[in-house]
Design a protein around this ligand. Structure first.
Ligand SMILES: [Zn+2]
Length: 333
């Protein structure tokens, strides 16, 4: 089932998806790293909508779940590290041309082609371990990929020159993106559906409107879709101004780009700006400077024994992130 390099396995637990449901499997954690790799000991794992999609009915993924973890490398000399999700080949034409994020053999921890990090020990290539700066908590570091993506959007969309900016969505990615963009642009607003987000956004100095109450005047210079609701591309296409930009972040499922929504984009000559993954190190560096606030983006913390619960349907859970605390493996394991 797993697609990790063959290593000796211990009695350590891992949360796996077998095509039916997530379950804890004993003896799935490696006792030592595969050749050329390092042994990683996760202490906390973040579960978001993409992890849940990987373990949903119909998913093609099989193996250990989880793509983001903070922990230590065997020996602990490097301090805390965060896992970057992608493993790339470094030798294909895209890797050699500077597009390694689009490697033809790209595998993604816990999401595509490679066992994930919801395991007491994990064998990983050293390139996916990113040092967490001093002063950044493990819980905050887990959001660094989202922060890096928001920085990427701000840069590619020339954020400072945009008069009106809308973030569509209610989840951690939307709330982080709004905070990061608001540092450079005072005209950022969030359109969402979940009650209570107004207070959060107000705390960060970001305007919030229920998506159904927002007018569809087609006057926004930049609209960033940070939602897992497939209908929100249609919302963005109604919000963007002529020759504006719609930035699209990776959804957990599909994007419902209806013919009507695409026709609206064409009529308005809108530019589509896909933002798949940003620079995790940039995200960690911004966290080290003290922003954004990630403390309110976690809906619950579970032990590894209760980790399957993180994948069960729950509206609150779907809207925010769940953390899983992992115990250290038994020293004799
Ligand atoms: Zn490659």
């Amino acid at each position: 089932m797993p697609r990790s390099p063959a290593t000796a396995r211990s009695a350590g637990l891992a949360l796996c998806f077998d095509g039916r449901e997530p379950g804890l499997h004993p003896a799935m954690a490696p006792t030592r790293a595969a050749p050329g790799e390092v042994l990683f000991r996760p202490s906390v794992v973040l579960i978001d909508a993409r992890d849940r999609a990987a373990a949903a009915p119909g998913s093609a993924f099989r193996g250990v779940l989880g793509h983001r973890a903070v922990g230590t490398l065997d020996g602990g000399a490097a301090g805390l590290v965060l896992t970057a999700p992608h493993i790339v080949c470094a030798v294909c034409d895209l890797c050699r041309s500077g597009l390694s994020a689009h490697c033809r053999l790209r595998r993604t921890l816990g999401l595509a082609g490679r066992d994930g990090v919801l395991s007491q020990t994990v064998s990983l290539p050293p390139t996916v371990a990113r040092s967490v700066p001093a002063g950044v908590s493990p819980e905050a570091a887990l959001f660094a990929p989202d922060i890096g993506r928001a920085i990427l959007v701000a840069r590619r969309a020339a954020l400072a020159s945009r008069a009106f900016v809308t973030v569509v969505g209610d989840g951690p990615l939307a709330l982080i993106t709004a905070q990061v963009l608001a540092r450079e642009n005072a005209h950022v607003r969030v359109l969402g559906r979940i009650p209570g987000r107004e207070e959060l956004c107000e705390r960060w100095g970001v305007k919030h409107r229920p998506v159904d109450e927002a007018g569809r005047r087609g006057d926004q210079d930049l609209v960033i879709v940070c939602s897992d609701d497939p209908c929100d591309f249609e919302v963005a296409s109604a919000q963007v101004r002529p020759r504006g930009v719609i930035a699209i972040t990776p959804p957990a499922g599909s994007i419902e780009a209806t013919p009507e929504a695409l026709a609206a984009c064409v009529r308005r000559e809108a530019t589509l700006l896909p933002a798949d993954w940003g620079d995790i190190d940039e995200g960690l560096a911004l966290l080290a400077s003290g922003s954004p606030d990630t403390s309110r983006l976690i809906s619950e913390r579970l032990s590894l024994a209760n980790a399957p619960r993180a994948f069960q349907p729950n509206p609150d859970r779907a809207a925010l992130a769940t953390l899983i605390d992992l115990p250290a493996p038994h020293p004799d394991a």
